[in-house]
Design a protein around this ligand. Structure first.
Ligand code: RIB
Length: 305
């Protein structure tokens, strides 16, 4: 039986335009293409874990609009257990995404049904949390729901991962004690620690702050510069495989999902980080959120250039 990864988080329909560059405030740009793609940080991480070998269950909410059924079906097609994906009256979550010619993106999300994932609704699916080996959370659902998931994960003795995305400021101080692996990117690490992360050295300072705050271990993803792993005893800088980027959307989600799947399967932390890095590198060579996420077969066949 593969180990069980349970993701508590968002499902969004991504409305994606490609344009030569990101627009400035007040500017109208002519785009090159438009597509609707299944996304949402929670759902993307669930898909990544499933494609990369884990047995996955998702806890989340979709709306009663057409997107809701499409988002749920996308997870079911990956073999993800969706019994705890509830339909609530109203609109599903959406993300408005612009991707430019240099593969960078800008994203605005509207929570919609993701805002309906309450602590009370998590209590109703506590059996799903109980069956987890690893619980993965992000911040596209209400903060008190994340609070409940982290606390319950700790009570149940599960491995708890928080990808603090998107984040605008410090996390509640009491959260840290429930987090085994905190996985921010550079800007998230800056917002959480108050240290501007713009180099490996500043990432080490920020990671030290986050461990002092109580996080078990910290992995700061550094884009093409790889990842910094800090465990309170020291640091390891793991370089990212070099690839030609087409679209970086969901690269972070692919890393988190891949890391969770590998950790759940018994790989060491360093192996799990490298596995997540290869998966994330492959994801940036393809467009879209969930369509870009590689399979275990893709990762095993990856040959660094
Ligand atoms: O991390 C990428 C995701 O962020 C997109 O799929 C979008 O839905 C937003 O949640």
């Amino acid at each position: 039986m593969p180990a069980k990864v349970v993701v508590v988080g968002s499902l969004n329909m991504d409305l994606v335009t490609r344009a030569s560059r990101l627009p400035h405030a007040g500017e109208t740009l002519i785009g090159q293409s438009f597509s609707t793609v299944a996304g949402g940080k929670g759902a993307n991480q669930a898909v990544a874990s499933a494609r990369l070998g884990a047995d996955v269950a998702m806890i989340g909410c979709v709306g009663t609009d057409a997107y809701g059924a499409q988002l749920r079906d996308a997870l079911l097609a990956e073999g993800i257990d969706c019994q705890a994906v509830k339909e609530v009256v109203g609109s599903s979550g959406v993300a408005l995404i612009v991707v430019d010619d240099s593969s960078q993106n800008a994203i605005v999300i509207v929570a919609g049904s993701n805002g309906e994932l309450t602590p009370a609704s998590l209590q109703l699916v506590d059996d799903v949390l109980q069956a987890a080996d690893v619980i993965v959370c992000q911040l596209e659902v209400p903060m008190d729901t994340v609070d409940h998931a982290l606390k319950r994960g700790r009570e149940l003795g599960k491995t708890v991962i928080l990808n603090p995305a998107p984040v605008s400021g410090p996390l509640p101080a009491h959260w840290y004690a429930s987090i085994d692996y905190l996985i921010p990117n550079e800007s998230e690490a800056s917002a959480l620690s108050g240290v501007l992360v713009d180099s490996l050295e500043s990432a080490k300072v920020a990671a030290t702050c986050l461990i002092k705050a109580g996080a078990g271990k910290v992995i700061i993803t550094l884009g093409s510069q790889g990842a910094l792993f800090a465990n309170g005893q020291g640091f390891e800088h793991l370089l990212a495989p070099k690839v030609k980027a087409v679209d970086t959307t969901a690269a972070g989600d692919t890393f988190v999902g891949g890391f969770a799947a590998a950790l759940a399967s018994g790989q060491s932390e360093a192996q799990a980080i490298r596995f997540g890095q290869v998966a994330a590198a492959l994801s940036v060579t393809r467009a879209g959120a969930q369509p870009s996420i590689p399979t275990l077969h893709d990762v095993q066949g990856f040959v660094p250039s």
